[in-house]
Design a protein around this ligand. Structure first.
Ligand code: ADP
Length: 237
């Protein structure tokens, strides 16, 4: 079997360590995501989803435990190497799109590719291909302010995939959208991810969306456990 694309073992994290207001968020988290696997991260607000995603995405350091990306242990890496790994191997999507307002949809996808050494021609072609794959071929030259919320978020998905990362980390990627838009935009994200064969860890409160992923994990009391949202979905009505 191929090595996991993301592997966390024994990851712990506390904020304000040693102070009166110390908060322990992760108490020994283990997780392996294989190539092409799409995993849901379900947790109530404040349970530590963002903390976990930031540690997995090398934006923050665990207090203890191992974080491996494509079998490379990241703990001892220099800041420069972590930054490079983040740029080349990991794509991020947040609840809010964070697109650059002064650039067009296509340029927002071109820029991270140029920063990663792609030529302008290659970057333009990839931006066009990605935007077309999410149904935005008529919006290439629109600035973010001229796009709907769902369209902005689809552009953000394309930007996260611009450098063809192996791993996508998403924090409530459709959490800001109304339920109908959220549903279609989430489908666009899933089909984009599945068409590339990349691995993904996607945080969501929405159990219907979680159920569409390959596997579901729940973060509670600092631990990550298997979770089967089907039962929750069935009893919802
Ligand atoms: P979630 O994404 O699940 O809402 P977070 O990972 O953002 O949760 O936060 C988990 C807990 O850690 C919360 O109680 C939050 O208040 C606390 N927390 C997050 N970041 C910090 C920080 N930089 N300093 C202190 N406490 C923090």
């Amino acid at each position: 079997m191929s090595k996991p694309v993301l592997s966390l073992s024994g990851v712990t994290k506390a904020y304000n360590k040693g102070r009166q207001n110390e908060v322990t968020v992760l108490r020994g988290v283990d997780l392996e995501i294989s190539a092409g696997e799409v995993v849901a991260l379900v947790a109530p607000s404040g349970a530590g989803k963002s903390t976990l995603l930031h540690i997995a995405g090398l934006l923050d350091l665990a207090d203890e435990g191992l974080v491996k990306i494509s079998d490379i242990a990241t703990n001892g890496l220099s800041d420069r190497k972590r930054t490079r790994m983040r740029r080349e191997d990991i794509g991020f999507i947040y609840q809010f799109h964070h697109l650059l307002p002064e650039f067009t949809a296509a340029e927002n996808i071109v820029l991270p590719q140029l920063a990663n050494g792609a030529s302008r021609t290659t970057a333009d072609a990839r931006a066009q291909e990605l935007l077309t794959s999410v149904g935005l071929e008529d919006r290439l030259d629109h600035r973010p302010s001229a796009l709907s919320g769902g369209e902005q978020q689809r552009v953000a998905f394309c930007r996260a995939l611009a450098n063809a990362p192996r791993l996508l980390l998403a924090d409530e990627p459709t959490g800001n959208l109304d339920p109908d838009t959220s549903d279609t935009v989430f489908e666009a994200l899933l089909s984009l991810v599945r068409s590339t064969g990349m691995s993904a860890l996607i945080a969501t409160h929405n159990l219907d969306l979680a159920a569409r992923m390959d596997r579901q994990m729940r973060l509670t009391s600092g631990h990550l456990e298997n979770f089967f949202p089907q039962s929750a979905v069935d009893t919802k009505n």
